[in-house]
Design a protein around this ligand. Structure first.
Ligand SMILES: NC(=O)c1ccc[n+]([C@@H]2O[C@H](COP(=O)([O-])OP(=O)(O)OC[C@H]3O[C@@H](n4cnc5c(N)ncnc54)[C@H](O)[C@@H]3O)[C@@H](O)[C@H]2O)c1
Length: 316
C-alpha cells in the first residue's frame, strides 16, 4: 500500500493534466457512469468547522476514492490550514486499499481544475486580466488554473488579510511568471477584469454586480453552505449560469439557493451542469453572452479522478 504526502503529489501533478482528468470525470457523470452518494457532512458550529465524507467511483476510468475533508475557517489564526483532507483509494475489483493520500494539496488542485474546465468553455477567449478574491490555498489554484487555460497578462488579488495578499503575490508571481497586482479593494480588483475568481471563507457576497464589465466570466468556489454565498443576487440573475451538479447545489449552495428563495431567478435560469457543457450537449460562451458564472461546491468525482491520475503517473 502506498502512502503519499502532499509533497509527493505536488511533484507529480500538473494543472493541465488535472483539468483533463476532471473534465473526463464530468463527462462520465453526464453519461451516467459514476457512483457518487451526496456528501455527508458533520457540522461543528461550536468550533466553526465541518467534516465531510466523500466517496465516488468512476466506472469508465476504474477510479475509486473516498475523501475525508475538514473546513475550519478560523484555523489560519492557529497557524493551521482552513482546508485539510485525506484520501483513501480502494481497488474497485478487490476492495483492497491501494493508497492513502494526503488530500490537502490535491483538493486545491482539483478545485482549481474544475474552474479551469469551466473557464475553458465559458471565459472570453481573449481574457487577459483575472481578479482573484481570497489569497488562501484555494485561491492559488484558481489562479494557476486560469493561467493554464487563458493567456493572462495580469492577475489581481484581493483579501481582507494583508499578509496573505503579500505572500500570495510573492509566491504566485514566482510560480506563474505573471505580474500579480495587490488590489486595495474588491472594486479595484474587478475593474476591467475579464475573469473574476472567488475563493474566500466569506459568508456574504464579496463581488458586486456593478463592479463587473460587459464580458466577464466569474467562477465562485468558496461558499458551500445553503446560507453562505460570495456573489450578489444580481450577478446570478444577469448571467448565463453553469453549476457543477444540481443535487449538490440544491443541498449546499447559497449562491444559487438564495436568489431562488428571493424570487430573483427560477431553477430554469440555470443554463447547464458542467457535464452537459463538456459533452457538447449544451453550449458554453457564445458571442452574444456577456456575464457567465460557474458555481461549484465541489463533488467527489473531482477527487477520485485526480487521485487516479496521481497513481497512474506514479506507476508509469
Ligand atoms: N468548491 C470546492 O470544491 C471547495 C474545495 C475546497 C475548499 N472550498 C472552500 O473554499 C474556501 C477557501 O478555502 P481555503 O482553503 O482557500 O481557505 P483559506 O483560509 O486558505 O483562504 C480563504 C481566504 O479568504 C479570505 N477572506 C475571507 N473573507 C473575505 C472577504 N470578505 N473578502 C476577501 N477575502 C476574504 C481570508 O482572509 C482567507 O485569506 C472555503 O470556504 C472552503 O470551504 C471549496
Amino acid at each position: 500500500m502506498l502512502i503519499l504526502s502532499d509533497q509527493d503529489i505536488a511533484k507529480l501533478l500538473t494543472m493541465e493534466e488535472a483539468i483533463g482528468a476532471v473534465e473526463g470525470a464530468f463527462a462520465q457523470l453526464r453519461r451516467g457512469k459514476v457512483m457518487m452518494p451526496t456528501r455527508s457532512t458533520i457540522m461543528l458550529p461550536k468550533y466553526n468547522g465541518s467534516i465531510s465524507f466523500m466517496p465516488s467511483y468512476l466506472e469508465e476510468s476504474g477510479a475509486q476514492a473516498t475523501k475525508i475533508i475538514s473546513i475550519y475557517p478560523d484555523n489560519p489564526k492557529r497557524g493551521l490550514p482552513t482546508t485539510a483532507a485525506w484520501i483513501v483509494v480502494n481497488n474497485p475489483e478487490t476492495g483492497q486499499v491501494e493508497a492513502f493520500m494526503d488530500g490537502t494539496y490535491l483538493t486545491g488542485v482539483r478545485t482549481g481544475a474544475v474552474s479551469g474546465v469551466a473557464a475553458k468553455y465559458l471565459a472570453p477567449k481573449d481574457a487577459r486580466v483575472a481578479a482573484v478574491f481570497g489569497a488562501g490555498a484555494q485561491a492559488r489554484n484558481q489562479a494557476w488554473a486560469a493561467a493554464t487555460v487563458r493567456k493572462l497578462d495580469e492577475i489581481r488579488v484581493y483579501d481582507l488579510f494583508k499578509p496573505a495578499v503579500d505572500k500570495f503575490a510573492a509566491d504566485m508571481e514566482a510560480r506563474l511568471g505573471i505580474p500579480i497586482v495587490k488590489a486595495a479593494s474588491g472594486e479595484e480588483a474587478c475593474r476591467g477584469a475579464d475573469m473574476v475568481l472567488t475563493a474566500t471563507t466569506s459568508k456574504t457576497p464579496v463581488v458586486k454586480r456593478k463592479w463587473l464589465g460587459d464580458k466577464v466570466h466569474v467562477s465562485a468556489i468558496g461558499a458551500f453552505y445553503p446560507d453562505w454565498r460570495e456573489l450578489e443576487t444580481g450577478i446570478i440573475a444577469d448571467a448565463k449560469v453553469v453549476i457543477d451538479e444540481w443535487e449538490a447545489i440544491k443541498l449546499e449552495s447559497g449562491d444559487i439557493l438564495i436568489p431562488i428563495q428571493e424570487g430573483a431567478i427560477k431553477e430554469s435560469h440555470i443554463h447547464a451542469e458542467l457535464g452537459q457543457i463538456v459533452t457538447g450537449e449544451k453550449e458554453g460562451r457564445t458571442p452574444k453572452d456577456g456575464l457567465t458564472v460557474f458555481k461549484s461546491v465541489g463533488i467527489a468525482i473531482q477527487d477520485s479522478s485526480v487521485a487516479n491520475l496521481v497513481l497512474k503517473k506514479l506507476r508509469r
